[in-house]
Design a protein around this ligand. Structure first.
Ligand SMILES: C[S@@+](CC[C@H](N)C(=O)[O-])C[C@H]1O[C@@H](n2cnc3c(N)ncnc32)[C@H](O)[C@@H]1O
Length: 226
């Protein structure tokens, strides 16, 4: 695990757009990048309600996650364009056309598949953290698919004590993140775990979002240097 600390931290270069960005904005971007966690990712399996996906994306970003996966099986395709729209500039969202394809891609990257499932018996607090965790939530109608259940490395339940039988999926995601992310952040001594190269690339992208005339500015600066 990374043990980066603020004193060691140096960007590989100076971005000319820094000069056109307020110090407050730069400080905010840099702090967010240093806290980005990529060893936990959120996966929405066949969620048809775009509002739920939008809420889940927002919550994931708020917890400092960066990579999100959205699987479109039977229902999900209807929400794909809304996902693309609501997946704002701050996240990387990958869409998959099947559960199998998504799980294969995640496992190839070393992610263990942790599925929130009303049929599970284990609870999140009992589970030792894997180095990389893909946290899966299912849709409001049928929940998690049988295929996902079979492919899962772990399945967990969020205990409930009331009369209702399940949480809204974006709420289930938020509760799961609250139980997981602080544990991972403690392992990271309060920091994130995104690579420096990726943070730098993202920083350039975010500076461009902050600068409406970024393209023109970059071109002008390059011509000046030529
Ligand atoms: C509204 S629930 C789905 C209800 C569905 N009728 C079922 O039987 O699974 C939507 C998703 O949120 C997650 N979820 C909701 N409450 C949960 C709980 N108490 N424990 C684990 N996951 C939960 C699961 O991923 C579930 O697929």
């Amino acid at each position: 695990m990374s043990e980066r600390n603020d004193a060691d931290f140096r960007w590989p270069a100076i971005d000319p757009l820094d000069a056109y960005t307020t110090p407050e904005r730069l400080a905010r971007i840099d702090a967010v990048l240093r806290h980005r966690i990529v060893s936990i990712t959120t996966v929405f399996e066949d969620v048809f309600d775009p509002h739920n996906i939008a809420a889940g994306l927002r919550t994931s970003e708020g917890y400092g996650l960066h990579d999100i996966h959205v699987i479109h099986n039977q229902f999900g395709m209807r929400s794909s364009s809304t996902v693309a729209k609501s997946a704002d500039q701050w996240l990387d969202v990958r869409q998959h056309s099947s559960t199998q394809e998504a799980v294969q891609a995640l496992k190839a990257q070393g992610f263990a598949i942790w599925v929130s499932d009303l049929q599970a018996t284990e609870t999140l607090t009992e589970m030792p953290l894997d180095p990389r965790i893909a946290l899966v939530v299912g849709n409001a109608k049928v929940g998690i698919s049988e295929e996902m259940r079979a492919l899962a490395d772990r399945r967990y339940i969020l205990p409930m004590y009331g009369m209702v039988q399940s949480y809204n999926l974006s709420v289930a995601l938020a509760i799961s993140l609250e139980q997981l992310v602080p544990r991972r952040r403690a392992e990271l001594h309060g920091w994130g775990d995104m690579s420096l190269a990726r943070m730098w690339a993202l920083r350039q992208r975010w500076l461009e979002f902050s600068q409406r005339h970024a393209d023109a500015l970059r071109r002008a600066l390059q011509q000046e240097q030529a």
